[in-house]
Design a protein around this ligand. Structure first.
Ligand SMILES: NC(=O)c1ccc[n+]([C@@H]2O[C@H](COP(=O)([O-])OP(=O)(O)OC[C@H]3O[C@@H](n4cnc5c(N)ncnc54)[C@H](OP(=O)(O)O)[C@@H]3O)[C@@H](O)[C@H]2O)c1
Length: 293
């Protein structure tokens, strides 16, 4: 039942099933809540907590996080803002990278690293089992080919122990996605993708046929906001922001795409939720489709 402060309209895009967990296709990515370069605490701690509470109030039931954000900062903020969690809320976390003193993201994918990371996520989020854990592969430049078997099998083992409900992979090549699926079922793939970076088009369509979610990170361009003349032209014609158009396009691109745009601002969060419902015509879609081709 709606409370006076709960919007009566759910976020645009409807819902998607991550295994037996139903989430809104419009989710929230928590990385931007940590300090500069995703290190340390946020400058505005109350503001960060307010963003998380607003996400829940807006009806968002999918939050994306990682122990490496901060590190261990965003998970603790999520706990402080939202624990005890509503039954409908599902948190997806990632393991497989750590942080160094320069703010780099070195891999941490030995079985003992992954076990430690899973236990830290459980502790920081204040739960007994993680809804979804993505094995984060590659490096900061993108996916790197190579077998994921040893690392993924370590997570499967933790899943068998009841510490993880569902598995996914992130920053992965199509071959690594296939290798993971040959070992155990996955519910999602989280890779970089947006209007201007379309290298995963084929993979998205293949995953859609298999009922597996594709979760684009950097949906708005990440640290370098999306810029495109065609995007600005469509946005101007619709009297909308380029961010809204970029998110609305992703929702239309494929039903298995889940959005996790990041923001540290309540105003931007509201704007993004409202904007992603923007109706796009066939003409708009055709024009936008050319950007990343
Ligand atoms: N698997 C991986 O390797 C990986 C890598 C990177 C990210 N991720 C996940 O993906 C999520 C999304 O990525 P992201 O947050 O880095 O990038 P993003 O969603 O593409 O963009 C976030 C940036 O856009 C700005 N922004 C958001 N809404 C805006 C608006 N309405 N108007 C103007 N600016 C706006 C934010 O600034 P403000 O804070 O000022 O709004 C922030 O700088 C992350 O939160 C994280 O959970 C995963």
């Amino acid at each position: 039942m709606s409370t006076p402060s709960t919007p009566s309209t759910p976020p645009p895009g409807g819902t998607w099933a991550l295994g037996d967990l139903t989430v809104t296709r419009f989710g929230y990515g928590a990385m931007q809540l940590a300090g500069p370069k995703v290190m340390g605490p946020p400058a505005d701690r109350d503001g960060a907590l307010a963003v998380l509470r607003e996400a829940a109030r807006l009806g968002i039931t999918h939050i994306d996080t990682a122990g490496a954000y901060g590190p261990r900062v965003t998970n603790r903020l999520i706990r402080e803002a939202l624990h005890p969690y509503p039954e409908s809320l599902h948190i997806v976390t990632k393991v497989g990278a750590t942080r160094d003193e320069e703010g780099g993201w070195p891999p941490a994918r030995r079985p003992e690293d992954l076990r430690r990371a899973v236990h830290e996520n459980l502790e920081d989020l204040g739960i007994d089992a993680l809804d979804v854990v993505d094995l984060r592969l590659g490096d900061a430049q993108g996916p790197v080919p190579g077998s994921l078997a040893e690392a993924f099998e370590a997570l499967v083992d933790l899943q068998r122990q009841g510490l993880i409900r569902h598995l996914g992979v992130s920053n992965a090549t199509a071959e690594q996605v296939a290798e993971a699926r040959s070992i155990a079922p996955i519910v999602c793939v989280q890779n970089m993708y947006n209007l201007a970076h379309r290298h995963d088009d084929g993979l998205i369509d293949e995953l859609a046929e298999q009922g597996i979610a594709y979760v684009p990170f950097f949906p708005l361009g990440g640290f370098t906001p999306l810029q495109s003349t065609a995007l600005s032209a469509v946005a101007a014609r619709l009297d909308a922001t380029p961010m809204s158009v970029a998110l609305a396009w992703l929702l239309r691109r494929s039903p298995n795409i889940l959005l996790i745009p990041g923001t540290s601002s309540v105003a931007h969060l509201r704007e993004n939720v409202a904007g992603a419902g923007l109706p796009l015509s066939g003409e708009d879609l055709a024009e936008l489709d050319k950007i990343g081709r």
